[in-house]
Unconditional design. Structure first.
Length: 126
């Protein structure tokens, strides 16, 4: 099956040997997004809520570059350095998604790239 790289300037550029997303058939695999601001490639200054919003904005931009939207996400993985922030993820996720919500995992981790407190990746079906 043909694989196609998805890229947009509206989300942070890849900082390594990976693509922002890869499309294979009708499935799009989105790489992890941290709260980097695309225009500056700097981490967002602010609290965890602002960081979560930025991650969703970054994911949204990649979804749109792939020809879809956040509503097409079927699986979302959330990585947090503090699982105590899980309530914030739920509250903010309700702004960006409606039912049926995607399947989701929330994973507590010791550290994330660039010192981020949150990272998310996703699977999108077009």
């Amino acid at each position: 099956m043909e694989r196609k790289s998805i890229s947009t300037a509206d989300a942070p550029a890849a900082i390594g040997t990976y693509s922002q997303a890869i499309r294979s058939g009708k499935t799009v695999y989105l790489s992890g997004q941290v709260p980097l601001v695309p225009e500056t490639m700097q981490m967002l200054d602010g609290d965890i809520d602002a960081s979560i919003h930025q991650v969703f904005k970054n994911l949204k931009a990649v979804c749109e570059a792939a020809g879809g939207s956040l509503d097409d996400i079927v699986k979302l993985n959330v990585f947090l350095t503090d699982l105590g922030c899980f309530d914030s993820v739920n509250k903010i996720m309700a702004i960006y998604f409606s039912e049926p919500y995607p399947a989701r995992a929330a994973i507590g981790v010791a550290a994330l790239p660039k010192g981020a407190e949150v990272e998310m990746d996703a699977v999108l079906v077009l």
